[in-house]
Ligand binder design. Structure first.
Ligand code: TYD
Ligand code: MG
Length: 459
């Protein structure tokens, strides 16, 4: 009988995977606090997969110009919203990490992607370490009829998975989830930092040498406990985050890293009884249920990648009952709101200092783009004065500290989206107005300062 392998204790950082022999309060690599976790690893230091490099055979240098590239290399999934985030389709031999909270719909999305890819002649292998074959079949029943091109495997041992991949050579593999995978070269329970990191390294090798596209599912918990997939972000080619309120039905797939396309693209889906449905026109979806003739609501336009999104900015401003006014925000940056309110107070002489303010981006979207500043400022003033803003008015522009309205990018797309959705008035920065010609059915109001924009409310 083989002697039990000796183990030693090392510490890993949960955030970046940095390894250390002793515990430290702050990780020296990523400087985050209290992220070091203790872990047993084999003392004989097995040859780590990540140390072996990508290829199995010794690599030979090649001239850069000799490497051929063809556009048709990408495989479209046929799910438009997913293709958009991937940058046009799946690149063979790439690794894609799909992260998100448990229960958000990662398995559903990937099973639907597998269905679509298998219908396009791709050989798909779906490897689950979380659910039984029956459970996957039950989910598949809700999603429609599946062809023969998709095969299922319930396995968590990476050595066995490696052998199957080498034998079957599928085109697409889904690993659901990386937290359940187990590599016997490494000690530690599945889901621990060392296991997750090494398992990904092994999959990366297999993916690059066999030319298989691998989708990896990773759970992120709120506290980032054990090994969140964050440490994998630098190892994979593409990182997608699937987010949304579990209680609301829409879901957003966000690209945060993409070696083969642009990031910041989003795909919008709706979770229905029969799986995820694409939302082709998210603006319409987000503006659904907008109150008419109410004060404190203004439509803004933000860009998500190359796509304009119209959304409703709501504000509620009322006299504070306590000495210290309360400011709260959901979906927008609170510091930005405090700054805008200070600008309105100083430049327009509005007494907002003694008011509570609540700002909400309807639909649960999170916006960081400064282009929503103007809409937030207008919503705050509209609520403060209790005067509704025209329902058919849309505003965008960045507000500076002297109250000036600064230009934003991709103005044409924003204006066209407004016209498409039937808006009648578009308030935008003066510097941008020159480049915009006449748009049918849309009155363009160019403003230089936030004062000009606020004047529109008082009328
Ligand atoms: P799931 O894909 O299992 O989430 P994850 O893999 O991210 O943990 O999906 C979870 C939820 O989606 C579950 O609560 C049920 C719901 N759901 C639907 O509403 N409609 C459907 O067609 C399917 C398959 C799931
Ligand atoms: Mg799942």
């Amino acid at each position: 009988m083989a002697a039990k392998a000796k183990t030693k204790t090392v510490f890993f950082c949960k955030e970046c995977g940095n390894e250390s022999a002793k515990w430290m309060g702050q990780c020296p690599a990523c400087h985050s606090w209290n992220t070091m976790v203790e872990q047993e690893v084999s003392a004989s230091a097995p040859k780590k997969a990540s140390a072996r490099g990508i290829g199995y055979e010794a690599a030979v240098p090649v001239a850069l110009s000799e490497i051929s590239l063809t556009e048709e290399d990408r495989v479209c999934t046929g799910i438009g919203e997913l293709d958009r985030v991937l940058g046009g389709g799946v690149v063979p031999g790439s690794m894609i990490l799909v992260g998100g909270d448990p229960g958000i719909g990662k398995s559903t999305l990937l099973l639907q992607a597998c269905k679509a890819l298998s219908e396009r002649g791709q050989a798909v292998l779906y490897i689950s370490g979380e659910e039984s074959l029956k459970q996957i079949r039950m989910r598949a029943e809700r999603l429609g009829t599946f062809g023969d091109g998709i095969r299922l495997l319930c396995e968590t041992d990476l050595t066995a998975i490696g052998a199957i991949l080498k034998k079957e050579k599928p085109d697409i593999v889904v690993i659901d989830s990386i937290q359940t995978m187990y590599n016997e070269d490494v000690t530690g329970t599945p889901g621990s930092v060392s296991q997750v990191r090494e398992s990904t390294a092994v999959l990366l090798q297999l993916s690059k040498t066999l030319g298989i596209s691998v989708f990896i599912v990773g759970h992120v918990t709120k506290e980032g406990t054990v090994a969140g997939p964050r440490i994998l972000e630098h190892m994979v080619d593409t990182v997608l985050y699937f987010e949304g309120d579990r209680h609301a039905s829409y879901r957003i797939l966000r690209g945060v890293k993409n070696r083969f396309g642009s990031t910041n693209e989003i795909g919008v889906f709706e979770m229905r009884g029969e799986g995820l449905q694409e939302v082709r026109n998210p603006s319409e979806y987000l503006l659904n249920g907008r109150p008419e003739n109410a004060s404190g609501t203004v439509t803004a336009c933000t860009m998500e990648g190359t796509r304009p999104l119209l959304l409703e900015v709501q504000a509620l401003v009322c006299q504070t009952s306590f000495g210290l006014p309360r400011r709260q925000s959901s979906g927008a940056d609170l510091n930005r709101i405090n700054l805008l309110m200070a600008v309105l107070e100083k430049r327009l002489g509005l007494h907002l200092g003694s008011c509570d303010a609540y700002v909400n981006i309807a639909g649960g979207m999170r916006i960081v783009e400064p282009a929503v500043d103007l809409a937030i400022a207008m919503a705050v003033v509209s609520s403060f004065l209790n005067v509704p803003v025209n329902d058919k008015l849309l505003a965008f522009g960045e507000v500076g500290l002297s109250g000036e309205v600064r230009g934003v990018n991709m103005v044409e797309q924003r204006v066209n989206e407004a016209a498409k959705l039937g808006y009648g008035i578009c308030v935008l920065p003066k510097v941008n107005a020159e480049r915009i010609g006449k748009v049918k059915g849309l009155r363009i109001i160019a403003v230089e300062s936030v004062r000009d924009a606020i004047a529109l409310i008082k009328k």
